[in-house]
Design a protein around this ligand. Structure first.
Ligand code: WAQ
Ligand code: MG
Length: 249
């Protein structure tokens, strides 16, 4: 398809201080929203609790492939303690070895800018992107659906959860994904989550100590998954959340 202003645009931001990752962000927007999105992401980069960046890259790219509709995962109301969730997580086909590999990675002092793909049985790292990791992008909310969702779930409104829920709903829709474990890298934000298509989005209290700058995301992948196709889907296929897994409102 030829490039045209009627296409959607992928806007991605990455901010760093020396070789330290400060902040990242991504959006999939119509051309009329590019200016607002760029300034939102620039503000996000320069108001981050991890520090003031000395470099901020914002990339705007036309998206010319068709947008795939996806469903938003349901949020489980009760945030849980991680120690009580081991059995719940291994119930997704994730071995204890793989879960330990994930928590070790997520608590490492020098963390990834994206996500690590781990084999859900062996815990082996499947992507070869080192400390870059896989950066999921090109996801958006359908505007009318988001308005409905916000009315239904006022307690979850706000950029952080909305962005995390959208990201993990795209991840969960990827062929071969069995679950995701996430810890924010923001020192003042200690709530994380485990999410999957099977069980939805489960919030987890106190994933790390207050003030700790560790964090990251691990995507658990079923054996024999086509990893290259999965990475391409996560990074490049444009998706739009236009419905919930269960009826909104
Ligand atoms: N693709 C892959 N990995 C990413 C992406 C992305 N687009 N964005 C962030 N990450 C990785 C990266 O390693 C970050 O260091 C890490 O995730 C954490 O990112 O319900 O704020 O933006 O209250 O700090 C969860 C909300 C918030 C919990 C997660 O993540 C709740 C959050 P952050
Ligand atoms: Mg962060």
């Amino acid at each position: 398809m030829a490039w045209s202003l009627s296409n959607w645009f992928s806007v991605r931001m990455r901010a760093s201080l020396g070789d330290k990752h400060i902040s990242g962000g991504e959006a999939l927007v119509p051309h009329t929203a590019i200016t607002d999105t760029v300034s939102h992401l620039q503000r996000k980069a320069f108001s981050h609790s991890r520090g003031v960046p000395d470099a901020c890259h914002i990339t705007v790219e036309a998206v010319t492939t068709a947008i795939t509709p996806i469903a938003l995962l349901p949020i489980h109301d009760q945030a849980r303690d991680f120690s009580a969730l081991t059995g719940f997580i291994t119930g997704h086909g994730i071995s204890e070895v793989a879960l330990t590999a994930a928590t070790t990675l997520l608590h490492a002092p020098h963390h990834l800018r994206g996500a690590a793909l781990l084999d859900c049985v062996t815990g082996e790292r499947l992507d070869t992107l080192a400390d870059r990791g896989v950066r999921v992008s090109r996801m958006s909310y359908d505007t009318a659906f988001l308005a409905q969702w916000r009315e239904r779930f006022p307690q979850y409104c706000g950029a952080r959860i909305e962005e995390a829920l959208l990201l993990t709903s795209k991840v969960a829709s990827g062929e071969g994904i069995v679950g995701e474990l996430c810890i924010s890298d923001d020192p003042e934000y200690t709530t994380g989550y485990f999410a999957s298509a099977q069980s939805g989005y489960t919030r987890i209290h106190a994933m790390k100590r207050l003030g700790d700058e560790c964090g990251g995301r691990v995507f658990f992948v079923a054996p024999a998954t086509n990893v290259a196709a999965l990475i391409s889907y996560l990074q490049l296929t444009p998706v739009c959340a236009d419905k919930a897994f269960y009826p909104v409102g």
